[in-house]
Ligand binder design. Structure first.
Ligand code: ADP
Length: 503
């Protein structure tokens, strides 16, 4: 079936903060917006921006993954394009193909690109072929324990077993000596089978002290690609990002440019269509970088790039998906590949913190339940992308991201300070969340210095007194805003705040 020439009616195949984020741009562009929601999600805020919405019948934990139901809902609502957001079906080539064969545009790469780049083994091979350095290791699925021992003998220890179809830090095991290999292999493979329906794993050198730096690219699907700059994402727990910033503070600008240009050239060579992210590891204190994977979708942390470039990445995705190439702003900057590979307008510094429904002071234990009082920050340079609202319920079925607090400043310290105070102002009661913990992290010396790597959160961190203070204040704030005497209590809140002198 032929796809429509432009996009007029957009269906959002997602929920939570990203559905709201997409709906905002679609509404601003004058599109008719629709979506479908599980039985747990009838009150979500993005539905208020939808012209039409329909329930998705079935198990709320699985229904957003049901290709047949999602495509049928979009057709029923008369959509001519589907934006998959991130997670769920966003990197599923069968979904992208089903959308296209039902006569709609898929806002993302082609099904073939998703299939080949979504497989980490294929992506490594493609990068290597193009001349992008990859982490030392073997780009074959491990066939047996003997095979693994042979690869390990060449790669050396410590090494990392990774799932070919991996994501979200799952299916990964660090192996420090040969005796651990058999068990780690078995565990990684069965975790990968359970999470991704694909048991294939491969082996990479484990880079002990590394920074995660990624490049946002945009491809027009016609052979042009441009980098929108880098993001540093090394503040992680269990290999998952918590804070992202741009520019990468410990990367020399010349190295950042080198990575950006290489990523854009690589994307162009693939005829890449839409927004994508090339992820690299940078061994601490070096100018080297190694490719790890490509994410063929919009990333959670894309607002960091938007704050620096002034672009709207969802708008760029829609323009490309409609077949119009880049927007005129990006197009005039990129001007074919005789021109620049890097979008030139990148200003100031931006940092994002993920407010997740987890108790960071208790092993990041998940938290859920009804939010009886939500207060979110605002002010100069502050952007909040989130779905948390008083009266809504955090259910156990979905990703636990409640909101992203993003701060922009003319320099890193201005952005950092704005973020710290914005996080202190974030209260989501009584659901435990990462805001107070992240306020503490961004106020610590290691983060302030900008010189940190992915081991930051696994190391014992300094000031216990300060952490306790933060925890108490988070509790006090939550209690106060939930009481009926909010106005009378304002003075009491501001007193302890002023005693929080930064070290
Ligand atoms: P996923 O797709 O599950 O997110 P990635 O390949 O993107 O997996 O890696 C997630 C994180 O795991 C990285 O940001 C980094 O912290 C860590 N990691 C991945 N590969 C390596 C490696 N070879 N050495 C050290 N750390 C790694």
């Amino acid at each position: 079936m032929n796809s429509p020439k432009t996009i007029q009616r957009l269906f959002i195949a997602n929920r939570g903060e990203i559905a709201l984020r997409i709906a905002r741009t679609a509404a601003r562009l004058g599109l008719e917006v629709s979506s479908a929601y599980s039985s747990a999600d009838g009150g979500l805020p993005h539905l208020r921006l939808c012209h039409k919405a329909t329930p998705l019948e079935g198990d709320p934990a699985r229904v957003y993954l049901d290709i047949g139901k999602v495509v049928a809902a979009a057709k029923k609502l008369g959509a001519d394009a589907i934006h998959p957001g991130y997670g769920f079906l966003s990197e599923n080539e069968e979904f992208a193909a089903a959308v296209e064969s039902a006569g709609m545009k898929f806002v993302g790469p082609t099904p073939d690109q998703i299939a080949s780049l979504g497989d980490k083994i294929h992506a490594r091979e493609a990068a290597l072929k193009f001349g992008v350095p990859i982490v030392p290791g073997k780009s074959n699925a491990v066939e047996s324990l003997d095979d693994a021992l042979a690869i390990a003998g060449k790669t050396g220890y410590p090494l990392l077993i990774k799932a070919a179809g991996g994501g979200g830090g799952r299916g990964m095991r660090i192996v420090r000596e040969p005796s651990q290999l058999a068990d780690a292999l078995q565990r990684a493979s069965s975790e990968a089978r359970a999470a991704f329906g694909d048991p294939r794993v491969f082996i990479e050198k484990y880079i002990e002290r590394a920074r995660h730096v990624e490049i946002q690219i945009l491809g027009d699907g016609l052979g042009r690609a441009i980098s929108l700059g880098e993001r540093e994402c090394s503040v992680q727990r269990r290999h998952q990002k918590l804070i992202e910033e741009s520019p990468a503070p410990a990367l020399a600008p010349a190295d950042a440019r080198r990575m950006s240009e290489l990523a854009a050239r690589f994307g162009a060579s693939l005829n890449y269509r839409g927004a994508g992210t090339m992820e690299f590891l940078v061994p601490s204190g070096t100018s080297e970088f190694y490719f790890i994977e490509i994410n063929t979708r919009l990333q959670v942390e894309h607002p960091v790039t938007e704050m620096r470039t002034g672009l709207d990445l969802v708008e760029e995705q829609l323009t490309v998906a409609a077949g119009h190439g880049f927007s005129s702003r990006v197009s005039s900057a990129s001007h074919a590949n005789g021109g620049t590979w890097i979008y030139p307008q990148q200003n100031g510094h931006a940092i994002e913190a993920r407010v997740i429904a987890e108790d960071a002071y208790n092993g990041f234990r998940p938290s859920c339940g009804k939010m009886t009082m939500v207060t979110l920050p605002s002010g100069p340079g502050i952007r909040v992308d989130g779905w948390a609202e008083t009266g809504l319920t955090v259910s156990p079925y979905y990703d636990s991201l409640l909101a992203k607090v993003i701060a922009w400043g003319q320099d890193r310290e201005e952005a950092r300070t704005r973020l710290e105070f914005a996080l202190r102002e974030t209260h989501i009661h009584p659901v435990s969340n990462t805001a107070p913990f992240l306020a503490e992290i961004v106020s610590e010396t290691a983060f302030k210095s900008g010189v940190y790597d992915t081991s930051l959160l696994s190391e014992p961190r300094g000031d216990k007194k300060r952490a306790d203070e933060n925890r108490l204040l988070a509790l006090a704030g939550a209690e106060l805003i939930s009481s009926s005497e909010r106005f009378a209590s304002v003075e009491y809140v501001s007193r302890p705040l002023s005693s929080w002198q930064r070290a």
